[in-house]
Design a protein around this ligand. Sequence first.
Ligand code: SAH
Length: 354
Amino acid sequence: MTPLAELLIRRIAATGPISVAEFMADCLMHPAHGYYSTRDPLGAAGDFTTAPEISQMFGELIGLALAQTWADQGAPAPVTLAELGPGRGTLMADALRAAAKFPGFADAAQVHLVEASPALRARQRATLPGHAVTWHDHAGTLPEAPLLLIANEFFDALPIRQFQRDPSGWRERQVGLTDGALAFGLSAPAPLAELAPRRADTTPGDIVETCAPARPVMGAIANRIAAHGGAALIVDYGDWRSRGDTLQAVRGHAPEDPLAHPGAADLTAHVDFEALAQAAPGLAHSRLTPQGVFLERLGITARAQALAGALSGDALTAHIAAHRRLTHPAEMGSLFKVLALYPPGLSPPPGLEP
Ligand code: SAH
Protein backbone atom coordinates (compact mmCIF):
# COMPACT_ATOMS: atom_id res chain seq x y z
CA MET A 1 0.00 0.00 0.00
CA THR A 2 1.31 3.50 -0.80
CA PRO A 3 1.96 5.93 2.10
CA LEU A 4 -0.79 8.18 0.72
CA ALA A 5 -3.29 5.27 0.69
CA GLU A 6 -2.60 4.66 4.40
CA LEU A 7 -3.07 8.34 5.15
CA LEU A 8 -6.33 8.57 3.16
CA ILE A 9 -7.75 5.42 4.78
CA ARG A 10 -7.10 6.84 8.26
CA ARG A 11 -8.64 10.18 7.31
CA ILE A 12 -11.75 8.67 5.69
CA ALA A 13 -12.23 6.31 8.67
CA ALA A 14 -12.17 9.35 10.96
CA THR A 15 -14.20 11.91 8.98
CA GLY A 16 -16.07 10.07 6.21
CA PRO A 17 -15.94 9.75 2.40
CA ILE A 18 -14.21 12.40 0.28
CA SER A 19 -15.07 13.71 -3.20
CA VAL A 20 -13.22 12.49 -6.28
CA ALA A 21 -11.75 16.03 -6.47
CA GLU A 22 -10.29 15.82 -2.95
CA PHE A 23 -8.89 12.38 -3.77
CA MET A 24 -7.37 13.60 -7.06
CA ALA A 25 -5.90 16.75 -5.46
CA ASP A 26 -4.09 14.71 -2.80
CA CYS A 27 -2.94 12.05 -5.26
CA LEU A 28 -1.40 14.64 -7.59
CA MET A 29 -0.25 17.47 -5.34
CA HIS A 30 -0.02 16.29 -1.69
CA PRO A 31 3.17 18.09 -0.53
CA ALA A 32 4.89 14.91 0.75
CA HIS A 33 3.23 12.09 -1.24
CA GLY A 34 1.71 13.72 -4.36
CA TYR A 35 2.47 12.28 -7.77
CA TYR A 36 3.71 15.57 -9.29
CA SER A 37 5.11 17.05 -6.07
CA THR A 38 7.67 14.30 -5.73
CA ARG A 39 8.83 13.26 -9.20
CA ASP A 40 9.33 13.88 -12.92
CA PRO A 41 6.80 11.43 -14.40
CA LEU A 42 7.49 12.13 -18.08
CA GLY A 43 9.36 10.22 -20.74
CA ALA A 44 10.13 6.63 -21.63
CA ALA A 45 11.38 5.78 -18.13
CA GLY A 46 8.43 7.56 -16.47
CA ASP A 47 4.73 6.85 -16.52
CA PHE A 48 3.57 8.66 -19.63
CA THR A 49 4.86 10.65 -22.63
CA THR A 50 3.47 13.91 -23.97
CA ALA A 51 3.55 15.56 -27.40
CA PRO A 52 6.55 17.84 -26.72
CA GLU A 53 8.52 14.83 -25.42
CA ILE A 54 7.67 12.87 -28.58
CA SER A 55 9.11 15.40 -31.04
CA GLN A 56 10.62 18.90 -31.11
CA MET A 57 8.18 19.67 -33.96
CA PHE A 58 5.28 20.09 -31.53
CA GLY A 59 6.83 22.92 -29.52
CA GLU A 60 8.35 24.52 -32.62
CA LEU A 61 5.00 24.78 -34.42
CA ILE A 62 3.26 26.11 -31.29
CA GLY A 63 6.03 28.70 -30.87
CA LEU A 64 5.67 29.81 -34.50
CA ALA A 65 1.86 30.00 -34.20
CA LEU A 66 2.12 32.19 -31.08
CA ALA A 67 4.83 34.41 -32.59
CA GLN A 68 2.71 34.86 -35.75
CA THR A 69 -0.26 35.85 -33.54
CA TRP A 70 2.01 38.37 -31.82
CA ALA A 71 3.14 39.83 -35.17
CA ASP A 72 -0.48 39.96 -36.43
CA GLN A 73 -1.46 41.94 -33.33
CA GLY A 74 1.20 44.60 -33.92
CA ALA A 75 4.18 43.05 -32.08
CA PRO A 76 3.48 44.49 -28.60
CA ALA A 77 6.48 44.73 -26.24
CA PRO A 78 6.79 43.48 -23.63
CA VAL A 79 4.60 40.40 -24.16
CA THR A 80 4.14 37.58 -21.65
CA LEU A 81 4.95 34.15 -23.07
CA ALA A 82 3.34 31.84 -20.52
CA GLU A 83 2.86 28.11 -20.11
CA LEU A 84 0.61 26.26 -17.67
CA GLY A 85 2.07 23.01 -16.32
CA PRO A 86 5.28 23.00 -18.42
CA GLY A 87 6.45 19.51 -17.33
CA ARG A 88 10.14 19.31 -18.28
CA GLY A 89 10.12 22.67 -20.08
CA THR A 90 10.69 20.98 -23.43
CA LEU A 91 7.79 22.66 -25.25
CA MET A 92 8.89 26.13 -24.08
CA ALA A 93 12.50 25.53 -25.13
CA ASP A 94 11.42 24.36 -28.61
CA ALA A 95 8.91 27.22 -28.93
CA LEU A 96 11.49 29.88 -27.97
CA ARG A 97 14.05 28.51 -30.42
CA ALA A 98 11.56 28.53 -33.32
CA ALA A 99 9.91 31.87 -32.43
CA ALA A 100 13.29 33.62 -32.29
CA LYS A 101 13.10 33.69 -36.12
CA PHE A 102 10.50 36.48 -35.76
CA PRO A 103 12.44 39.76 -35.55
CA GLY A 104 12.01 41.35 -32.14
CA PHE A 105 10.14 38.44 -30.55
CA ALA A 106 13.02 37.16 -28.41
CA ASP A 107 13.55 40.62 -26.89
CA ALA A 108 9.84 41.29 -26.32
CA ALA A 109 8.90 37.91 -24.81
CA GLN A 110 9.07 37.43 -21.05
CA VAL A 111 8.79 33.79 -20.02
CA HIS A 112 6.36 32.98 -17.20
CA LEU A 113 5.70 29.40 -16.09
CA VAL A 114 2.79 28.32 -13.87
CA GLU A 115 4.02 25.18 -12.08
CA ALA A 116 3.03 23.75 -8.71
CA SER A 117 5.61 20.97 -8.51
CA PRO A 118 9.04 21.85 -7.00
CA ALA A 119 10.55 18.77 -8.68
CA LEU A 120 9.37 19.90 -12.13
CA ARG A 121 10.35 23.55 -11.55
CA ALA A 122 13.94 22.37 -11.06
CA ARG A 123 13.71 20.38 -14.27
CA GLN A 124 12.32 23.40 -16.19
CA ARG A 125 15.16 25.60 -14.88
CA ALA A 126 17.67 23.11 -16.31
CA THR A 127 15.90 22.94 -19.70
CA LEU A 128 15.83 26.73 -20.16
CA PRO A 129 19.39 27.95 -19.53
CA GLY A 130 20.00 31.55 -20.51
CA HIS A 131 16.34 32.55 -20.26
CA ALA A 132 14.99 34.80 -17.52
CA VAL A 133 12.03 32.79 -16.18
CA THR A 134 9.44 33.76 -13.59
CA TRP A 135 7.52 30.94 -11.88
CA HIS A 136 3.99 31.24 -10.54
CA ASP A 137 1.86 29.06 -8.28
CA HIS A 138 -1.33 30.28 -10.00
CA ALA A 139 -2.27 31.96 -13.28
CA GLY A 140 -3.74 34.80 -11.18
CA THR A 141 -0.29 36.36 -10.69
CA LEU A 142 0.69 36.52 -14.40
CA PRO A 143 1.63 40.10 -15.45
CA GLU A 144 -1.01 42.59 -16.57
CA ALA A 145 0.28 42.65 -20.16
CA PRO A 146 -0.42 41.11 -23.58
CA LEU A 147 -0.46 37.34 -23.05
CA LEU A 148 0.55 34.46 -25.33
CA LEU A 149 -0.24 31.27 -23.45
CA ILE A 150 0.10 27.55 -24.09
CA ALA A 151 -1.29 24.76 -21.94
CA ASN A 152 -0.58 21.21 -23.10
CA GLU A 153 -1.97 18.41 -20.92
CA PHE A 154 -2.47 20.85 -18.01
CA PHE A 155 -6.24 20.97 -17.58
CA ASP A 156 -6.56 17.15 -17.55
CA ALA A 157 -4.56 17.15 -14.29
CA LEU A 158 -6.95 19.47 -12.44
CA PRO A 159 -9.25 17.75 -9.90
CA ILE A 160 -12.76 16.94 -11.12
CA ARG A 161 -15.96 16.13 -9.27
CA GLN A 162 -18.25 13.45 -10.66
CA PHE A 163 -22.05 13.44 -10.41
CA GLN A 164 -24.41 10.62 -11.32
CA ARG A 165 -27.87 11.61 -12.50
CA ASP A 166 -30.64 10.24 -10.27
CA PRO A 167 -34.42 10.45 -10.75
CA SER A 168 -34.53 13.05 -7.96
CA GLY A 169 -31.27 14.99 -8.54
CA TRP A 170 -27.57 14.11 -8.60
CA ARG A 171 -25.49 11.75 -6.45
CA GLU A 172 -21.81 12.71 -6.05
CA ARG A 173 -19.29 9.94 -6.65
CA GLN A 174 -17.07 9.65 -3.57
CA VAL A 175 -14.07 7.72 -2.29
CA GLY A 176 -14.93 5.86 0.92
CA LEU A 177 -14.03 2.55 2.56
CA THR A 178 -15.28 -1.00 2.01
CA ASP A 179 -13.79 -3.60 4.39
CA GLY A 180 -11.04 -1.10 5.26
CA ALA A 181 -9.98 -0.55 1.62
CA LEU A 182 -10.55 2.50 -0.62
CA ALA A 183 -13.76 2.08 -2.65
CA PHE A 184 -16.03 4.26 -4.78
CA GLY A 185 -19.49 5.10 -3.47
CA LEU A 186 -22.30 7.60 -4.05
CA SER A 187 -23.68 10.38 -1.85
CA ALA A 188 -27.40 10.81 -1.21
CA PRO A 189 -29.17 12.50 -4.15
CA ALA A 190 -29.59 16.26 -4.06
CA PRO A 191 -30.57 18.92 -6.59
CA LEU A 192 -27.60 20.83 -8.02
CA ALA A 193 -28.24 24.22 -9.63
CA GLU A 194 -24.93 24.13 -11.51
CA LEU A 195 -26.00 20.98 -13.37
CA ALA A 196 -29.60 22.05 -14.09
CA PRO A 197 -28.79 22.61 -17.81
CA ARG A 198 -27.51 19.02 -18.05
CA ARG A 199 -30.90 17.54 -17.19
CA ALA A 200 -31.81 18.19 -20.84
CA ASP A 201 -29.12 15.91 -22.30
CA THR A 202 -28.68 13.18 -19.65
CA THR A 203 -30.80 10.35 -18.28
CA PRO A 204 -30.68 8.67 -14.83
CA GLY A 205 -27.42 6.75 -14.39
CA ASP A 206 -25.37 9.11 -16.60
CA ILE A 207 -22.22 10.65 -15.12
CA VAL A 208 -21.24 14.30 -15.60
CA GLU A 209 -17.92 15.81 -14.50
CA THR A 210 -17.14 19.36 -13.37
CA CYS A 211 -13.74 21.01 -12.88
CA ALA A 212 -14.02 23.98 -10.51
CA PRO A 213 -10.24 24.75 -10.38
CA ALA A 214 -10.23 25.42 -14.15
CA ARG A 215 -12.56 28.43 -13.78
CA PRO A 216 -10.27 30.91 -11.97
CA VAL A 217 -7.43 29.91 -14.30
CA MET A 218 -9.56 30.69 -17.36
CA GLY A 219 -10.79 33.90 -15.71
CA ALA A 220 -7.22 35.13 -15.15
CA ILE A 221 -6.27 34.35 -18.76
CA ALA A 222 -9.42 35.96 -20.15
CA ASN A 223 -8.92 39.18 -18.15
CA ARG A 224 -5.42 39.70 -19.53
CA ILE A 225 -6.19 38.83 -23.16
CA ALA A 226 -9.37 40.96 -23.18
CA ALA A 227 -7.57 43.96 -21.64
CA HIS A 228 -4.14 43.75 -23.35
CA GLY A 229 -4.42 41.34 -26.33
CA GLY A 230 -2.75 38.04 -27.09
CA ALA A 231 -4.14 34.50 -27.33
CA ALA A 232 -4.25 31.21 -25.45
CA LEU A 233 -3.79 27.76 -27.01
CA ILE A 234 -5.19 24.85 -24.99
CA VAL A 235 -4.27 21.32 -26.11
CA ASP A 236 -5.60 18.26 -24.33
CA TYR A 237 -7.71 15.13 -24.60
CA GLY A 238 -11.39 15.66 -24.19
CA ASP A 239 -14.33 17.07 -26.05
CA TRP A 240 -16.99 19.75 -26.24
CA ARG A 241 -19.03 19.00 -23.07
CA SER A 242 -18.39 16.35 -20.42
CA ARG A 243 -20.04 12.96 -20.87
CA GLY A 244 -19.45 9.92 -18.69
CA ASP A 245 -16.73 8.78 -16.28
CA THR A 246 -13.32 9.73 -17.72
CA LEU A 247 -11.21 9.45 -14.54
CA GLN A 248 -8.15 7.40 -15.44
CA ALA A 249 -4.91 6.30 -13.82
CA VAL A 250 -1.67 5.49 -15.65
CA ARG A 251 1.46 3.97 -14.14
CA GLY A 252 4.45 2.70 -16.10
CA HIS A 253 2.69 3.53 -19.43
CA ALA A 254 -0.26 1.21 -18.55
CA PRO A 255 -3.78 2.06 -17.33
CA GLU A 256 -4.78 0.91 -13.85
CA ASP A 257 -7.58 1.29 -11.26
CA PRO A 258 -7.47 4.92 -9.99
CA LEU A 259 -7.68 3.62 -6.39
CA ALA A 260 -4.83 1.10 -6.77
CA HIS A 261 -1.74 3.25 -6.03
CA PRO A 262 -2.72 6.72 -4.73
CA GLY A 263 0.19 9.16 -5.20
CA ALA A 264 2.19 6.71 -7.34
CA ALA A 265 0.05 6.81 -10.51
CA ASP A 266 -0.87 9.73 -12.76
CA LEU A 267 -4.57 10.61 -12.48
CA THR A 268 -6.36 12.58 -15.19
CA ALA A 269 -9.80 13.27 -16.61
CA HIS A 270 -10.92 14.37 -20.05
CA VAL A 271 -11.18 18.13 -20.52
CA ASP A 272 -14.57 19.75 -21.06
CA PHE A 273 -13.62 22.45 -23.59
CA GLU A 274 -17.12 23.96 -23.55
CA ALA A 275 -16.71 24.66 -19.82
CA LEU A 276 -13.28 26.26 -20.44
CA ALA A 277 -14.73 28.55 -23.12
CA GLN A 278 -17.64 29.49 -20.86
CA ALA A 279 -15.18 30.39 -18.09
CA ALA A 280 -13.50 32.94 -20.41
CA PRO A 281 -16.27 35.50 -20.92
CA GLY A 282 -15.33 38.41 -23.14
CA LEU A 283 -13.09 36.32 -25.42
CA ALA A 284 -13.74 34.70 -28.78
CA HIS A 285 -12.87 31.02 -29.14
CA SER A 286 -11.85 28.97 -32.15
CA ARG A 287 -13.54 25.82 -33.32
CA LEU A 288 -12.40 22.83 -31.30
CA THR A 289 -9.92 21.27 -33.72
CA PRO A 290 -8.26 17.83 -33.72
CA GLN A 291 -4.53 18.04 -32.97
CA GLY A 292 -3.66 16.19 -36.20
CA VAL A 293 -5.57 18.72 -38.33
CA PHE A 294 -4.03 21.65 -36.43
CA LEU A 295 -0.46 20.39 -36.85
CA GLU A 296 -0.97 19.59 -40.55
CA ARG A 297 -2.27 23.11 -41.16
CA LEU A 298 0.81 24.51 -39.42
CA GLY A 299 3.02 22.56 -41.81
CA ILE A 300 4.23 19.64 -39.72
CA THR A 301 4.77 17.47 -42.80
CA ALA A 302 7.13 19.97 -44.42
CA ARG A 303 8.97 20.39 -41.11
CA ALA A 304 9.18 16.60 -40.70
CA GLN A 305 10.66 16.25 -44.20
CA ALA A 306 13.23 18.99 -43.52
CA LEU A 307 14.34 17.32 -40.28
CA ALA A 308 14.39 13.88 -41.93
CA GLY A 309 17.08 15.07 -44.33
CA ALA A 310 19.67 15.06 -41.53
CA LEU A 311 18.62 11.67 -40.09
CA SER A 312 19.25 8.04 -40.95
CA GLY A 313 18.82 4.55 -39.47
CA ASP A 314 17.06 4.27 -36.09
CA ALA A 315 16.86 8.05 -35.65
CA LEU A 316 14.98 8.38 -38.95
CA THR A 317 12.63 5.52 -38.06
CA ALA A 318 11.89 7.13 -34.67
CA HIS A 319 11.32 10.53 -36.32
CA ILE A 320 8.80 9.08 -38.80
CA ALA A 321 7.01 7.27 -35.96
CA ALA A 322 6.89 10.50 -33.92
CA HIS A 323 5.29 12.42 -36.80
CA ARG A 324 2.68 9.69 -37.12
CA ARG A 325 2.07 9.55 -33.37
CA LEU A 326 1.38 13.29 -33.14
CA THR A 327 -0.96 13.46 -36.14
CA HIS A 328 -2.55 10.10 -37.00
CA PRO A 329 -6.24 9.76 -36.03
CA ALA A 330 -5.54 6.32 -34.51
CA GLU A 331 -2.84 7.79 -32.25
CA MET A 332 -2.95 11.35 -30.77
CA GLY A 333 -4.34 13.09 -33.85
CA SER A 334 -8.07 12.83 -33.05
CA LEU A 335 -8.25 12.24 -29.28
CA PHE A 336 -6.28 15.42 -28.59
CA LYS A 337 -7.98 18.70 -29.45
CA VAL A 338 -6.89 22.33 -29.71
CA LEU A 339 -8.92 25.35 -28.59
CA ALA A 340 -7.74 28.95 -28.97
CA LEU A 341 -9.08 31.93 -27.05
CA TYR A 342 -8.45 35.40 -28.48
CA PRO A 343 -9.84 38.94 -28.51
CA PRO A 344 -13.26 39.30 -30.19
CA GLY A 345 -13.03 40.87 -33.66
CA LEU A 346 -9.55 39.46 -34.36
CA SER A 347 -8.58 36.27 -36.20
CA PRO A 348 -7.70 33.08 -34.32
CA PRO A 349 -4.06 31.93 -34.28
CA PRO A 350 -2.78 30.11 -37.40
CA GLY A 351 -4.13 26.59 -37.89
CA LEU A 352 -7.52 27.35 -36.33
CA GLU A 353 -10.91 28.65 -37.54
CA PRO A 354 -13.35 31.02 -35.82
N1 SAH B 1 2.81 20.29 -20.41
C1 SAH B 1 3.80 19.26 -20.10
C2 SAH B 1 3.49 18.47 -18.83
C3 SAH B 1 2.12 17.87 -18.69
S1 SAH B 1 1.95 17.05 -17.13
C4 SAH B 1 3.97 18.37 -21.29
O1 SAH B 1 3.18 18.45 -22.22
O2 SAH B 1 4.91 17.57 -21.30
C5 SAH B 1 1.04 18.24 -16.16
C6 SAH B 1 1.85 19.42 -15.69
O3 SAH B 1 0.99 20.30 -14.96
C7 SAH B 1 3.01 19.12 -14.75
O4 SAH B 1 4.05 20.05 -15.00
C8 SAH B 1 2.37 19.34 -13.38
O5 SAH B 1 3.29 19.51 -12.35
C9 SAH B 1 1.53 20.56 -13.65
N2 SAH B 1 0.40 20.78 -12.76
C10 SAH B 1 -0.58 19.89 -12.45
N3 SAH B 1 -1.50 20.46 -11.65
C11 SAH B 1 -1.11 21.73 -11.45
C12 SAH B 1 -1.64 22.84 -10.71
N4 SAH B 1 -2.77 22.72 -10.03
N5 SAH B 1 -0.99 24.01 -10.75
C13 SAH B 1 0.16 24.15 -11.47
N6 SAH B 1 0.72 23.14 -12.17
C14 SAH B 1 0.10 21.95 -12.16
